[in-house]
Design a protein around this ligand. Structure first.
Ligand SMILES: C[S@@+](CC[C@H](N)C(=O)[O-])C[C@H]1O[C@@H](n2cnc3c(N)ncnc32)[C@H](O)[C@@H]1O
Length: 246
């Protein structure tokens, strides 16, 4: 069959499955993906469902890389102090968000990933990536729930890494770091309903932004940004026990 007819068949099938608008959005995402993967010299494509991961927990979610367009939208809204801010990606996968963050003037970029093979691919991608502005990029192969958040981290990012007890324990780690070292921390959370439920009623964190990126994929992607105050709230509760006032 001539190439042009084969191509027409692929387009027709795509439009039937996603509708004209959905197909155009997916095409735009695919073009952006190809462009940025080449520009950054990395390969973070290809999802891996939990049953095929070499290590997962009952709360773990699949490896699915974020779209570059969604990544850019969220970074535009995050406040960073050039040369000072530190970035943390929970569930770094093959390292797409970590590498993208390292093209920005972060002082340090951290990625925590449970799966050994994904962590290894993330490290390979960091090695091959160019050009990076931040050279202090580290992938920790471990359960996010056990990771003690470094006290200089002030931008945290979660693209659907895990739910349940792991999410709760991770939030506790962020809070412990804030209690040790009170500072403004911005936390970007995609599909943030479970996160919002877990921090309900906690006064150390408030939601400062919400977006729905319905033009970016077949299913709308929502994200919320949560922030701590540079200093803890005046209310006295157990969370602030031991915090030194200066
Ligand atoms: C949806 S992917 C996010 C990929 C990447 N952050 C991005 O934005 O492109 C979720 C990742 O979380 C990882 N993950 C799941 N449970 C984890 C845990 N308890 N600790 C660390 N990583 C975990 C998965 O292996 C998967 O790579």
């Amino acid at each position: 069959m001539p190439r042009i007819l084969r191509l027409a068949g692929v387009v027709r099938q795509g439009v039937l499955e996603a509708g004209v608008r959905g197909y155009m959005q997916e095409l735009a995402n695919a073009i952006a993906e190809r462009y940025y993967e080449r520009k950054l010299s990395i390969d973070t494509r290809g999802g891996v469902p939990v049953p095929q991961l070499d290590r997962s927990l009952p709360d773990s979610l699949d490896y699915v890389p974020i779209t570059y367009r969604a990544l850019m939208s969220c970074f535009r809204k995050v406040h960073l102090h050039p040369g000072k801010s530190e970035f943390l990606d929970y569930g770094a996968g093959k390292g797409r968000a970590v590498v993208f963050a390292a093209t920005l003037p972060f002082a340090r970029v951290w990625g925590v990933e449970l799966s050994p093979s994904l962590a290894a691919q993330a490290r390979e991608n960091i090695k091959s990536a160019s050009p990076l502005r931040c050279r202090a990029v580290e992938i920790l192969e471990m359960n996010a729930a056990d990771f003690e958040v470094p006290d200089a981290v002030d931008v945290i990012y979660m693209f659907k890494p895990f739910l349940g007890a792991t999410l709760v324990a991770t939030i506790d780690q962020i809070r412990a770091s804030y209690v040790r070292s009170p500072r403004a921390i911005h936390i970007v959370v995609f599909n943030d309903e479970p996160f919002q439920d877990s921090v309900e009623g906690q006064d150390w964190l408030r939601k400062i932004h919400t977006s729905t990126l319905d033009a970016w994929s077949r299913a709308p992607i929502a994200f919320g940004i949560y922030a701590t105050e540079p200093r803890p709230p005046a209310s006295h509760n157990d969370a602030w026990h031991g915090v030194q006032e200066d």
